[in-house]
Design a protein around this ligand. Structure first.
Ligand code: PEP
Length: 254
């Protein structure tokens, strides 16, 4: 299958940055990446900084993402955030099912599927994360895990919604560890995921869905990873917390 997809690179700031720090970071990113048109660039600050970052990136080439969303529209869900609240800040993307949420908040594929549908219903785009742990990889279960997560997390979506969904393959053993999947490991997993999409949603959807790689992406490995035929961008954690490294990842990917 030929690569015909625009790269999408997102920075997941996780539980980092006060509003003041977020504004400093986004000002630098904005300046460093002003000329970039070849890549969809997304920043995902914590909820508390969405409002100010949203204003700071108005009329720029940066887009705003959130790190999570509740599947309900409103109600008695203490501590949760609904789609309508994100839309007030012009959020366009929502990260769902990050391995940290799967691990610490015990999020299941079933819940992620409900959230993915809610994200689409609000005309936002989910970035749905999947990936195996080290134990699973070493036990030869990578494909089985990916199959379960992809089928389970996307089960609620129509073909049209799937086409507008971004997937992120994030081997858990590579997140925040400094260990990156080799280009072969990444390509193999991405191709496997794309074949699952082919089976579930048909060829047009499988060809169009963008699959990001995530797991210790840095300026030095971005080019090789992005040159793989089925790698269509990156979800970046640690290296997105500094403008220079985030900008260099993007520039090296073009
Ligand atoms: C992530 O948390 O999505 C991630 C990929 O983190 P890091 O880049 O720090 O490995």
């Amino acid at each position: 299958m030929e690569k015909e997809r625009k790269l999408i690179i997102a920075g997941n700031w996780k539980m980092n940055k006060t509003v003041a720090e977020a504004l400093d970071l986004v000002a630098d990113i904005k300046r460093d990446l002003r000329e970039v048109k070849e890549v969809d660039i997304v920043v995902c600050p914590p909820f508390t900084a969405l409002s100010e970052v949203s204003k700071a990136i108005l009329n720029t080439n940066l887009r705003l993402g959130a790190q999570n969303m509740n599947e309900n529209n409103f109600g008695a869900y203490t501590g949760e955030i609904a789609a309508g609240m994100l839309k007030e800040f012009s959020v366009r993307f929502v990260i769902l099912g990050h391995s940290e949420r799967r691990q610490y908040q015990k999020e299941t594929d079933e819940l992620i599927a409900k959230k993915a549908l809610a994200v689409h219903t609000a005309s936002l785009k989910p970035i749905v994360c999947v990936g195996e742990t080290l134990t699973e990889r070493e036990a030869g279960k990578t494909e089985k895990v990916l199959q379960t997560q992809v089928r389970g997390s996307l089960s609620t979506l129509s073909k049209g919604q799937m086409e507008e969904t971004i997937l992120a393959y994030e081997p858990v053993w590579a997140i925040g560890t400094g260990k990156t999947a080799t280009t072969n490991q990444a390509q193999e997993a991405h191709l496997f995921i794309r074949r699952l999409l082919l089976d579930m949603f048909g060829e047009t959807v499988a060809r169009r869905v963008r699959i990001q790689y995530g797991g210790s992406v840095k300026p030095s490995n971005a080019r090789d990873l992005m040159s793989q035929p089925d790698v269509d961008g990156a979800l970046v954690g640690g290296a997105s917390l500094e403008a220079r490294s985030f900008a260099d990842i993007i520039k090296n990917s073009i």
